[in-house]
Design a protein around this ligand. Structure first.
Ligand code: CP
Length: 312
């Protein structure tokens, strides 16, 4: 199959075949990053605009690196440095970028649905780099890639996602993506941070964190999304860490071959103990490495580049 999608907005709108197609392309892109000269001419003459209304280290940098490795021109725009601060709307700003003949807009925004709204209004491709509490599809794709790479498969694995599920776009996209690929996803966290109806997107809710961790092949810890929590949802950070953190003791109760994941940024000693984050079982930096390859694949597929092994 070819890849025909104009936009990458969420995991719900990607079929299993499309996910496999992206992963296959990601493998090819990863090989480029291992070369001494990490650059191919595939997207020469294409323009990628990185429009980030929220802070980001991994997503923004990896999209920038991905564009440059494919020889696209990438331009970064932040909410505070754009004419948004003078009252221009998101749509008007994006239409102006489109008028400059950009090929792809990568958008991170605090409002759920922002990327979908732009995708409907623009001819240019839109990639959602995280919209509010809704979706983070490129993170889900790199997480799927990492699990497949480390475990050799994803079908039938138990994946435990622990922490602030309710406010996490990563949790939502991962639940949808992992279950689409055949994994058994179990979530655990404080009752105030487990969204009602999470089962609809394929996850089951464990009675407690120890039940979620038991027999898990992969444990993913999530950061407390305090910027999206309206009020304190737990008494103290210390209490939260004790009750819901991936402590050394909990890690030692997990399967011998468990892998530890975290989408970042990591708050050491809060949702995950430093010894766990730095253990040989941790694949947190592998996730980051795969993020570049996944984003190269997505830029290539949406910007209409043709992958030619011989010429590249
Ligand atoms: N995982 C993730 O989205 O990290 P950033 O916020 O640093 O991009």
């Amino acid at each position: 199959m070819g890849f025909k999608k104009k936009d990458i907005l969420d995991m719900e709108s990607l079929s299993v075949d499309e996910i496999k197609y992206i992963l296959n392309m990601t493998d090819k892109m990863k090989e480029i990053s291992g070369r001494s000269i990490k650059k191919v001419p595939t997207l020469r003459g294409k323009t990628v605009v990185l429009f980030f209304y929220e802070p980001s280290t991994r997503t923004r940098t990896s999209f920038d690196i991905a564009a440059k490795r494919l020889s696209a021109d990438s331009i970064s725009l932040s909410g505070s440095s754009s004419s948004i601060v003078k009252g221009e709307t998101l749509v008007d700003t994006a239409k102006n970028i489109e008028a400059m003949n950009a090929d792809v807009i990568v958008l991170r925004h605090s409002c759920a649905g922002a990327a979908s709204m732009l995708a409907q209004r623009l001819k240019v491709s839109v990639i959602n780099a995280g919209d509010g509490m809704h979706a983070h599809p490129t993170q889900a794709l790199l997480d799927i890639m990492t699990v497949v790479e480390k475990k050799g498969r994803i079908d039938g694995l138990k994946i435990a996602i622990i922490g602030d599920i309710a406010h996490s776009r990563v949790a939502r996209s991962d639940c949808v993506g992992f279950t689409k690929m055949g994994a058994n996803v179990v979530v655990a966290g404080p009752p105030t941070m487990i969204p009602r109806g999470i089962e609809v997107i394929g996850a089951s809710v464990a009675k407690n964190i120890d039940e979620a961790i038991k027999d898990a092949d992969v444990i993913m810890a999530l950061r407390l999304q305090t910027e999206r929590q309206g009020s304190f949802l737990f008494s103290t950070l210390r209490e939260y860490s004790k009750a819901f953190g991936i402590t050394k003791k909990r890690f030692e109760s997990a399967k011998e071959d468990v892998f530890i994941m975290h989408p970042g940024p990591v708050n050491r000693g809060l949702e995950i103990a430093p010894e766990v984050a730095d253990s040989l079982h941790s694949v947190i930096l592998d996730q980051v490495e795969n993020g570049v390859a996944v984003r190269m694949a997505l830029l290539l597929l949406t910007a209409g580049g043709v992958w030619n092994v011989d010429s590249d």
